[in-house]
Design a protein around this ligand. Sequence first.
Ligand code: IMP
Ligand code: MG
Length: 205
Amino acid sequence: MATQRDRMDEMIQGKQVSHCSRPPARWRHELKGVLIRQMQIARRVRKLADEIERDFAGRDLVVVSLLNGTVMFLADLIRHLSLPMRLDFIGVSSYRDGTQSRELLLTKELRLEVRGRDVLVVDDILDTGKTLKCVLDKMRELKPRRIKVCVLLEKKDRRVEKVRADYVGFSIPDLFVVGYGLDFAERYRNLPFVGVLHPHYYQSS
Ligand code: IMP
Ligand code: MG
């Protein structure tokens, strides 16, 4: 039976998460607020893992994670998966030192064989969709049996490419967020929550 907490989580996925809470004192200067708290993330990630486990039961799963933004999400997600699986990484960098989208840079190629296998592509955030579109086009050339996409966050309003994710942690408004793996100029990946950066902070740099 669905608990109230489950229902809350579902609302969070369906609706946009838009309410911010006060950041810890240490980060108050740089962050406008905390958009998704540590506990909210933990509960939601566990639910995503349950869904994935159900959908991939009995399959030969290869998890392909996009570096570097997925580090925390991936580690938390896969520790809840009790399926046999293999893990590999693709390195792509689109935002090299700011919030502006640039040319995609491939920094690490896939090494595992995915032909005929079930692939779960994991990314931190689906924004314009350019990164995932590029990665998915590349993956399809390798002829996997099927590809599903899992993202921690999505910004629906900013989509440019026709890409959708099968598993979405949270839908968020068009704000620049950091933490839980996501960076601004390679900083803030270590925050255990998802926070909103003060716009003046990145606009002036
Ligand atoms: P897309 O190609 O525009 O969909 O962008 C995807 C990539 O941009 C993500 O994997 C992130 O690395 C980065 N990105 C997009 N929005 C944000 C954000 O709000 N904070 C940090 N990184 C972001
Ligand atoms: Mg990224």
